[in-house]
Write a protein of this length. Sequence first.
Length: 304
Amino acid sequence: MRKIVLALGVIVTLVMAGCASDKGINETGYSKTPLTDRQGHKLKSADAKRLYKSARDFLMHGQPSQALPLYAEVSARFPFSKYASQSELETVTAHYEAHDYDQAVDAADRFIKQHPRNAHVDYVYYMRGLSNYARNNPSLLGSDPDKRNVQYLKQAFNDFSLLLKNYPNSDYAKDAQLHMINIRNRVAAHELHIAEYYYTRRAYVAASRRAADIVKHYQGSDSVPRALEIMEQSYAKLNLPDLAEDTRAILQVSYPNYLLHRKEFYRQQAGDKPDYTLPDLGAPPSIGSPAGDNKSSSNDNGGD
């Protein structure tokens, strides 16, 4: 009997604590602030249509944080209405517009899982890609996130790739393709940064392998010419002259203008004001190239 009384005492205590903690929480359990529209009208007894339109009004006027509780209310109170799935769709956008990219990805994942045949699911794949892409944007301190981690960029690439594979005629396909090109360049630059790190520390085997991976997996990126150059230099340091010569030949044939204009190429890469317009690195050698740039790569940018 004593145990039962003690158990009842615990239950009463928990209920009282629960009641105390619920102060200020509205009828939805989502927010301590009563739900209102942009005009300040309370939405306590609003139907699905009014809630949805109020949420969309907030979103369209650049107030995504105010829209989110209303979208959640529609989904919670009217899960079978025609406004529920649309609210869940626009929740992805609202989180993205609020710069809450983790929540945007989570909302996109839920929508894809629950509504795989929705007419606008291509848009959700696109927004998931944009959200993952934004996760790798520079911080407020101005540091370069690509030098630390490119995992989110790789996830974004996969999102855009799925969009193009499953919905090649989507309105968002072209922009997804442009993002994929940008991501390839950024990930290749990250790998090149690591190869440079190994090379400067005389870890020539690791440097050559990392550079070779760039050449193999990121063809067409801006990092390939320098990766070939690191391979050549590393092979020379490892006393592998045949491999060094073969790599040099590939670099000269594939990117003749890189060797002719490499100093200006790296000036512009560093953000300096261009001295002249660079030709296509893979095009035939340009006529009248500035003197002094056609030097051995071992004397520039990465040599000991």
